[in-house]
Write a protein that binds this ligand. Structure first.
Ligand code: 13P
Length: 254
């Protein structure tokens, strides 16, 4: 079954003190609000995972944890990297895989995305596989082909049983951190493209949208056919905004 997820990608923001504070604020606001039916996930920097999982446990907050990135090997001579079993031990049940910033700035290619997704599944961690085209690709009319290829490269090597546990996030690069939100028509088209690129029946696939999601546009985006939730960047650093997005989405999905 598709699930409704509101995921906060904190990117490289918040040290462990700020991370604890933000997690507590989100947890308290979410407890007072009606977010029934949606799961809240935060993806802090790796060095904050221990603090965030401790505060969630101590305060019994209804928040799940994701890592923003991890390496596909379980251990060994990979200086600077963190493995999936390591982040899992710190409470992560989700892993963002192949965010466009990883792909563009850290040379993560389709093969690395596929290996990372496979490794996450092997460790019972849900991969949130990010796909999305650049402005240039869209202007040249290549977005459908580009995203189709990204989806197939990421999940083509998995078994149908493994693919049932994958979440996909459509994040057009031109909408990330720019305030330029994709239109309902654009999102609906690309979510349909992702579903038709899926090697199996995509009826139960969870697809998120990401790119300048804010409380003001959350209702329209959550109401877009095929969108099951959001991957939120900037607005996830503000507890009120993040919870408001979750409340708005929850209302749409009920
Ligand atoms: P913004 O919400 O800041 O546009 O970021 C989106 C994103 O990259 C989430 O992964």
């Amino acid at each position: 079954m598709a699930v409704n997820l509101i995921v906060g990608n904190w990117k490289m923001n918040n040290d462990f003190v700020a991370a604890i504070h933000l997690t507590q604020q989100i947890g308290i606001l979410a407890r007072q609000a009606d977010v029934s039916g949606v799961s809240l996930v935060v993806a802090p920097p790796t060095c904050d995972l221990r603090s965030v999982s401790s505060v969630i446990e101590a305060d019994r907050l209804a928040i799940k944890i994701g890592a923003q990135h991890a390496y596909w090997e379980d251990g060994g001579a990979f200086t600077g990297e963190t493995s999936i079993p390591m982040v899992k031990r710190l409470g992560c049940t989700f892993l963002i895989v192949g965010h466009s910033e990883r792909r563009e700035l850290f040379a993560m290619d389709d093969e690395a995305v596929a290996k990372t997704a496979m490794s996450a599944l092997r460790h019972d961690v849900t991969p949130i596989v990010c796909v999305g085209e650049s402005e240039e690709v869209r202007e040249n009319g290549g977005h459908v082909e580009f995203v189709t290829a990204q989806v197939q490269a990421a999940v083509g090597g998995l078994t149908p049983a493994q693919r049932r546990d994958v979440v996909v996030a459509y994040e057009p690069i031109w909408a990330i951190g720019t305030g330029k939100v994709a239109s309902v028509e654009q999102v609906a088209e690309m979510v349909a493209v992702i579903r038709s690129a899926w090697p199996d029946d995509a009826g139960d696939l969870t697809v998120l949208y990401g790119g300048s999601v804010k409380p003001e546009n959350a209702a329209e985006l959550a109401g877009t056919p095929g969108v099951d939730g959001f991957l939120v960047g900037g607005a996830s650093l503000n507890a009120e905004q993040f919870v408001q997005i979750a409340v708005t989405a929850a209302k749409c999905y009920r």
